[in-house]
Design a protein around this ligand. Structure first.
Ligand code: IVH
Length: 672
């Protein structure tokens, strides 16, 4: 097979592009996920071995891994304008009248959804994706190519008969299902939730690590072609053609796009989606109507900011009236207190709303909310409806302003509010029930200790019956104790006990994550475990030693220190130790002989690893660190600001200069 790696790489590249398109654009599949992954893995390995055959548009780019240190500013060849907005159907009618007056002849309109995401302009040369640039200020934007390449529905290589050079524009968005899944994961990890899909899509595109972008599963609909001498008469035709080249464009079957020659047709489209938009798998904030014919578009021209040949009809956020019945204060596992309004039930966007988020004390003050107020509720960009205003004239003269609670609603401890944070916290971390059960639920979760057979309700029950006081007590549960509980039969008790026992094999980095130290998510736990090696070193680490670790900032360092200073936590960790959980890394699994006999010079400043970490990794994998470059040096591992003399010497001696990402690949290091 490897007799001709170039041919094999070409074959795999084409196959994978084809399967990818089929799956992400046409929603069909010809092979299983497993088979796809096998082919991708083979391609990855071949590209690593024969980097000269690896192309910038390889399907392996989808997985991410490349880091963008700085997003370069790029000038748009065609300015990226916005659309003029209208909020009433009358304004659309007026626009249509103006269009009719300005251009002679029959007019065809194209109606499209107005996707609520981030605008992107993507340049293709000879069928290959060259550059993807954000809108920015309309004149210049940021080069986010590496991240855009991870979006599966955007082709890296086109098929069919496409123009040699053009730009295509569209909207990158966060599909609702993926957005919810991301937030569920964050909740499990005790990370703050993202407020809405649009801002999260925008933030994701600007992440430096394309691997995270890849994992977020963004999507994109393309809606416009730009180029000199495009071979089409009008917009609709260009969309249909772009589909043939492999782009994901709106489909007329799904009614995401339609053509019409009348204002009635336009209104029908608007009214259809005004009702149906809640059922879409992504968010839209309106409808866009465009004059189809390029010639007519040209005649209509532009104002300073927007084309005259298009207009956006923006949906009004549906707003309903309800009454504030009471406010609940929920305490999360980190102690954060969130006020939630109980409302008299009201129908909104197809669902019955009984509760609305109030976020924090500032929000209550901003609304100047009073008990029993008549309130306006909207389903905005956020998933949970929110109170957007108060009907002042319905308020009784003697009504009482809502006052944020001062003590924890569960344990009574006085709440605190840290400087610069909007939320109140209950500081009784180790004595407040929802914080304790929340931590236990986090501890057993899939990405942490993965203990099956125990849901959140059972955890609460075990806690209530005083069978467990912390997650360490899970290891002391006995068969007979559990059998007495209503929820358990012999089989489920055995399963649970087995699952608890198995969790003792979970590697240290996951145990560290499972402890539920505030701000220590999965990735940070991994990094800390790799550097500090065991729990004792972490618990005794100074502030400086902690912030020295990649991705650990002041906030995380302080949180780690305060966790290990707490006597109750110390006791819990001792218990975990006595039950023989893995509280240190297994050195064996890190080491290899992949670099046997190879010598390295490490030079410059790095992003993902510290210089010391790199040196340790070289040795752990059988390589040798040398101080200066000579003819015997095998590789120069270069970061930023490597000295020019070193660079020149390496080039002169023809010694390969590799980046930390390439190095990580070399030692098969999963930097996630
Ligand atoms: S056409 C000259 N079509 O809305 C502008 N834009 O305010 C041509 N958008 O930044 C844009 N869906 O990101 C067009 N089907 C659609 C759209 C759409 C969303 C966004 C676009 C633009 C903003 C305009």
């Amino acid at each position: 097979m490897e007799k001709n790696p170039k041919e094999r790489i070409k074959y795999l590249t084409e196959k994978l592009h084809h399967y990818n398109h089929l799956y992400y654009v046409e929603h069909k599949s010809e092979i299983s996920d497993f088979e796809f992954d096998q082919l991708l893995k083979e391609l990855q390995e071949l590209e690593e071995k024969y980097p000269k055959y690896a192309s910038e548009s390889s399907p392996t780019k989808r997985v991410g891994g490349d880091i963008t240190k700085k997003f370069e500013t790029v000038r748009h060849e065609y300015p990226m304008l916005s659309l003029s907005n209208s909020y009433s159907q009358d304004e659309i009618k007026e626009w249509e009248q103006r269009v009719k007056k300005s251009v002679p002849g029959k007019i065809k309109y194209v109606c499209e959804l107005k996707y609520d995401g981030v605008a992107i302009g993507i340049r293709y040369e000879n069928g290959i994706l060259q550059k993807a640039v954000t809108r920015g200020d309309g004149t210049q934007g940021e080069d986010v190519t590496t991240n855009v390449k991870t979006i599966r529905s955007i082709p890296l290589q086109l098929k069919g008969k496409y123009p040699p050079s053009f730009e295509i524009r569209g909207e990158i968005f966060f599909p609702l299902k993926n957005f919810q899944a991301l937030n569920e994961l964050r909740e499990e990890e005790g990370e703050p939730l993202f407020a809405n899909p649009r801002n999260t899509a925008s933030g994701t595109l600007k992440l430096q690590d394309s691997r995270i972008v890849s994992s977020r599963s963004l999507d994109c609909y393309l809606y416009g072609l730009y180029g000199d001498d495009l071979p089409f008469e009008g917009h609709y035709e260009s969309v249909l053609e772009a589909k043939k080249w492999g782009f994901k464009v709106p489909s007329s079957q799904e009614k995401y796009i339609a053509t019409t020659d009348s204002i009635e047709g336009i209104m029908k489209f608007i009214n259809y989606w005004d009702k149906k938009r809640a059922s879409l798998p992504f968010e839209i904030d309106g409808i866009v109507i465009k004059v189809d014919d390029y010639g007519q578009q040209q005649d209509l021209g532009f104002t300073a900011k927007s084309p005259r040949w298009a207009i956006a009809y923006k949906f009004k956020a549906e707003r309903v009236i309800s009454r504030l019945l009471s406010i609940d204060y929920q305490v999360g596992r980190t102690g954060a207190v969130t006020p939630v309004a109980n409302l008299s039930p009201v129908s909104l966007g197809g669902t019955i709303v009984k509760r609305a988020s109030l976020h924090n004390a500032d929000q209550i003050a901003k609304l100047s909310l009073h008990e029993n107020d008549t309130v306006f509720v909207e389903k905005g960009g956020e998933i949970i409806p929110k109170i957007v205003g108060v009907e002042q004239k319905d308020r009784a003269a003697d009504s009482i302003a809502v006052k944020f609670i001062e003590n924890c609603p569960v344990c009574g401890t006085k709440l605190i509010r840290y400087d610069g944070e909007a939320q109140h916290f209950c500081p009784n971390t180790t004595g407040c029930a929802p914080q304790i059960t929340g931590r236990i639920i986090h501890f057993i979760s899939r990405k942490a200790m993965n203990i099956d057979g125990l849901g959140s309700e059972t955890v609460e029950l075990l806690f209530k019956k005083q069978l467990i006081h912390s997650y360490a007590d899970l290891y002391e549960l006995e068969f007979n104790q559990l059998l007495q509980l209503e929820r358990f039969a012999e089989k489920s008790v055995n399963n649970l006990i087995e699952s608890v026992k198995n969790s003792k094999n979970v590697p240290f980095e996951r145990v560290l994550f499972a402890l539920g130290i505030r701000h220590v998510g999965e990735t940070v736990a991994k990094k800390i475990a790799r550097v500090m090696k065991n729990i004792d070193t972490i618990s005794e680490a100074t502030f400086d030693e902690l912030v020295d670790i990649d991705e650990v900032g002041e906030k995380i360092a302080l949180s780690i220190q305060s966790f290990f200073q707490d006597d109750k936590n110390k006791e819990i960790v001792q218990k975990l130790k006595s039950h023989q959980l893995r509280l240190e890394v297994e050195e064996k699994s890190m080491a290899s002989s992949l670099l046997q006999g190879k010598s390295f010079v490490v030079s410059g400043v790095f992003e993902k690893f510290s210089r010391n970490e790199l040196k340790q990794l070289i040795e752990a994998n059988g390589g040798k660190n040398v101080g200066s470059i000579s003819g015997k040096t095998n590789y120069v591992l270069a970061g930023d600001n490597m000295g020019p003399a070193k660079l020149e010497k390496a080039q002169k001696l023809n010694i390969p200069i590799i980046t930390e990402v390439e190095f990580a690949k070399m030692i098969e290091y999963d930097s996630n």
